[in-house]
Write a protein that binds this ligand. Structure first.
Ligand SMILES: [Zn+2]
Length: 431
């Protein structure tokens, strides 16, 4: 693995209350960060490759805390529909026809899109997760893969056994960029016995659980009808909140739910675009953060977003909270950016590995070009990144100490081929 030094940029370490470090230095060696801080304290240059980040901001790679990556194939396929119609009449029937090659090329297309947007880690929940792993390894991105478990499928039991075996295999292989989870789709799509089995397996394998939770008002109503408690309370009754968990959406919450999510340190993936597009509602993000809950950001899949642009989620999350609360002081820019870096990493239970620029952490680093007209004149980099920057401003993406995207070029895969093959798959699948 190569040694790298990024110099002359403004460094945002994204540690709590960090101040921008103008002309800072980030050194990487063997896939790890060896130094991040002011130039004065940096170790002497010892012949490593230097990336000049003059006019740029250097920060941790962005984390997409919830997606369904191969759904890039469904981009633009079924818009402007209610969640249940969208899922039951459009998405699930098409997904029954998916092949392994569809999932691979769809996931690789998503990988290219994310690397360009400075996303260095994604948390996936999708069918044939071995193909997402294959795409992540080929593309050079960090992945938290999991197969989606749906209790109503005729082969649900087999899929559960397969998912457990798959996680066990990935744990044995120990790829440094692959961090598997187990993913029951939701409380309303998985019977209690299945959720309990997932809980046992997750404990045994020491992996987190990835689940959709309290996404819609009807889901919560149905949970009270069926179980006499909210979906969050029901997971607690089943003992699942004592296992590391990443819960996507968490839109419709009672005060008791918020307290429980904070107490159990459940990682939350807030998905502002998806929640707005599917009219799911407004997640109480400020109340969650104030209660001490861990809230990261996710794009959700490309059929409900329709892109994988985490910087756009940062922008929307900040604006949405202000618009919804009537208070322009809530969710200030540094907090919004933390939700795509430090807090998102913590939400995935990878907080000791990624999410900040600190010696000893994995070297997932991005360089954003701040010299463009829409980012001038130079001012607070938090403000510019949250309120003015775009995915295309990301100049360099580094994962595990390797430069994967630089100067508008992805260095790991042939992007033109990926686009052609993914388009072919989508045409065959959806017509
Ligand atoms: Zn989702």
């Amino acid at each position: 693995m190569s040694s790298l030094r990024i110099a002359n940029g403004t460094v945002l370490t994204m540690t709590p209350d960090c101040a921008p470090i103008p002309g800072g230095v980030v050194c990487m060696d063997g896939g790890l960060i060896s130094y991040a801080g002011p130039a004065e304290g940096a170790p002497p240059h010892s012949g490593e490759e230097i990336i000049d980040a003059g006019g740029c901001v250097v920060l941790p790679g962005l984390v997409n805390a919830h997606t369904h990556l191969a759904m890039t194939l469904f981009r633009g396929y079924a818009d402007d529909m209610a969640l249940q119609t969208w899922l039951e009449d459009w998405i699930w029937p098409a997904e029954m026809r998916l092949t392994a090659e569809d999932v691979y090329w769809g996931a690789l297309l998503g990988t290219c899109e994310m690397l360009r947007a400075g996303v260095t880690c994604f948390n996936d929940m999708y069918h044939m997760p071995d193909q997402a792993v294959r795409a992540a390894i080929d593309g050079g991105i960090r992945a938290c893969p999991s197969g989606v478990l749906l209790g109503f499928l005729p082969n649900a039991q087999d899929l559960l056994e397969e998912a457990i075996a798959f996680v066990g295999q990935l744990k044995d292989e120990g790829h440094p960029r692959v961090h598997p989870m187990l993913a029951p789709h939701a409380v309303y799509t998985c019977p209690d016995a299945m959720l309990e089995k997932v809980g046992e397996a997750a404990t045994q394998l020491e992996v987190p659980i990835h689940i959709h939770l309290a996404e819609t008002a009807s889901e919560v109503r149905d949970s009270y009808d069926e179980h006499g408690e909210s979906p969050i309370e029901h997971l607690n009754t089943l003992g699942l909140l004592d296992i590391p968990m990443l819960a996507a959406h968490c839109v419709h919450l009672s005060e008791a739910d918020i307290a429980l999510l904070a107490e159990k340190q459940v990682g939350i993936a807030h998905c502002p675009t998806s929640n707005m597009k599917l009219a799911s509602g407004f997640a109480p993000v400020v109340a969650l953060l104030e209660a001490g809950a861990i809230v990261g950001l996710g794009t959700d899949g490309c059929a409900s977003n329709n892109n994988l642009d985490v910087l756009e989620e940062v922008h929307l999350a900040a604006l949405l909270e202000k618009g919804d609360s009537g208070d322009p002081t809530v969710l200030p820019a540094p907090t919004a950016l933390a939700m795509a870096t430090r807090l998102a990493a913590q939400a995935l239970h990878l907080g000791d590995m990624i999410g900040t620029l600190e010696a000893g952490k994995r070297a997932d680093v991005i360089v954003v070009d701040m010299s463009r007209p829409h980012l001038q004149p130079p001012r607070d980099p938090f403000s510019h990144l949250v309120y003015a920057a775009r995915a295309a401003d990301v100049r360099t993406t580094i994962v595990e100490g390797e430069v994967i995207m630089d100067e508008d070029e992805i260095l790991t895969v042939d992007e033109a081929e990926v686009i052609a093959r993914a388009t072919e798959c989508a045409d065959l699948l959806l017509g």
